[in-house]
Structures are given as structure tokens and as C-alpha cells.
Design a protein around this ligand. Structure first.
Ligand SMILES: [Zn+2]
Length: 262
């Protein structure tokens, strides 16, 4: 589906995704976000190949133009597209943001230029090379036997509960981040952790790494800042949960079906 080798610089056109700060443009057919064009617009960023044809993304500004503001948000596209389309769109979103936010060198302040064979910005003044930023996050379902620890953030929609998540800090191992986050947010000790799967979350550049974590203590003590409430839930009686395409929900459903068949 999506192949990550870079089309030659002289490639005139191919598949095109158009996006602005608000959303992603529907294609001519209206049911996707990919149009085939003979000539990409100026400023289009090549991404790779989609179904063996070159694909690029065009960042568009000037949201005041007719129709621009009504483009569906990227989150809406990700909720309804296939995994392959989702990977392509997540790449486009992150590359556009990176190209926009790294036009100048972070070390010496000179203008950077995009290298053509990979996603890299080169500073010709001090030789610093910058790559798209990817921020690894852990997301973890804490379990105690059949029960699941779910929590709600003050930012969540009313009644929504989810798994725990947090960014990995500089110098920190993934397993250590899981133990620290769980302790900080709900005061629970974690024993064995096991990897589930990962998912790109391009808002703006997270890589969610999903884990199951077995609690060795049950008593919950919430921090009251990042977490507004937390509780143990049985698989049969769960609160309102995140959408099914989220890794959080997939952790929950995987655990529910695993313990239901016992
Ligand atoms: Zn520099």
C-alpha cells in the first residue's frame, strides 16, 4: 500500500493529499483524500509511493478561501480509513508539520533546506541535520486478575474512562516509564509488563506503545491533576470507553475477550 522510498526529485506528479491547519481535503470522488494529478502544486512534499505510484502532500494556507475551513479534521479521516490509508495520512500530517516548524536551524538560527532523498532538514551553516520529531508515549492497561484499572482525565468527555498514558522522558527506558506513570497517576505498583502493539498518533507526533501491566497492589491513589478519577472495572461492567480505532480501546477489548473465554 504505502512504501517509504522517496520518489526522485524530478517526479512531476502522482497521488496528492491536500491539507491545511483545519483539515484534509476530500478527493474528487468525495470518499477519500487522494487525488491523482499530473502535476503536483509548488511546495508539495514527496512522501513515498502509494500503490506503486508517487505520492505527495500539499500544505495549503489561506483557510479563508471558499470551502477550506470545512475540510474534515484529520482525526475524522483516521477514524474511518483503513490501516494503510491511516499510515499514509499520519506520515503526511507529521511531515507537513515538521517542514513548517523546522525552516530554521535550532542551533545557529540559519535557514535550513530539505534534503531530497529522505525526511531531513540540513543547515548548511553549522551542518546540523534535523529529522522529523517522534515522541514515544507509553499507553498501558493495568490489570489485576480479570479487573482493569481505568481512569479519566479532566479533559475527557463526560463519563469517558481510558487506559493510562504518558510520555517517555529523556534517558528513560520504556518499562521504567510505565512503572513511573502508573505510580504517579494512580499510585499502583506494577509487576510484569508485556508489549501489545504500537500505533502512530500524529497529534502532533506521538508514537503510542501499548502494554499490558499487571498490578501488584490494588489501592488507588489519584494525583488529582492529570487524573480526575480512577477505578477497577470488571470486563462485564465498563464505563464509556474510547473509540474502537484507538490503541487504548484495543487494549481493553483484548483483555476483555482474553478473560471472557476462561
Ligand atoms: Zn545551523
Amino acid at each position: 500500500m504505502f512504501r517509504r522510498d522517496m520518489p526522485p526529485e524530478a517526479t512531476p506528479g502522482g497521488w496528492l493529499i491536500r491539507m491545511n491547519d483545519e483539515g484534509v481535503a476530500p478527493d474528487a470522488a468525495g470518499d477519500g483524500f487522494l487525488d491523482y494529478v499530473d502535476t503536483w502544486p509548488h511546495g508539495a512534499l514527496r512522501l513515498g509511493y502509494w500503490q506503486d505510484e508517487p505520492v505527495a502532500v500539499s500544505p495549503e494556507t489561506g483557510g479563508a478561501e471558499e470551502g477550506m475551513a470545512s475540510w474534515p479534521a484529520a482525526r475524522e479521516w483516521l477514524a474511518m480509513t483503513s490501516a494503510g490509508h491511516g499510515e499514509l495520512l499520519a506520515t503526511a500530517l507529521q511531515v507537513v508539520r515538521w517542514a513548517r516548524d523546522h525552516r530554521f536551524c535550532g542551533r545557529c538560527g540559519h535557514e535550513t533546506r530539505r534534503l531530497m532523498h529522505e525526511f531531513a532538514m540540513q543547515c548548511d551553516h553549522c551542518s546540523l541535520r534535523g529529522y522529523p520529531r517522534i515522541s514515544p508515549c507509553i499507553i498501558t492497561l493495568v490489570t489485576f486478575g480479570r479487573e482493569m484499572l481505568l481512569a479519566r482525565s479532566p479533559r475527557f468527555p463526560p463519563r469517558r474512562y481510558s487506559t493510562l498514558a504518558g510520555f517517555i522522558e529523556p534517558g528513560e527506558a520504556v518499562e521504567a516509564a510505565i512503572r513511573r506513570e502508573v505510580m504517579e497517576e494512580v499510585g499502583v505498583d506494577v509487576g510484569r509488563v508485556s508489549f501489545f502493539k504500537s500505533q502512530s498518533w500524529p497529534f502532533p507526533h506521538s508514537l503510542m506503545m501499548g502494554f499490558f501491566a499487571e498490578a501488584t497492589s490494588r489501592r488507588i491513589h489519584i494525583d488529582g491533576v492529570e487524573i480526575a478519577d480512577a477505578a477497577w472495572f470488571t470486563p462485564e461492567r465498563v464505563p464509556e470507553l474510547p473509540p474502537i480505532y484507538s490503541i487504548s480501546r484495543q487494549l481493553i477489548e483484548t483483555h476483555r475477550s482474553a478473560v471472557a473465554t476462561r
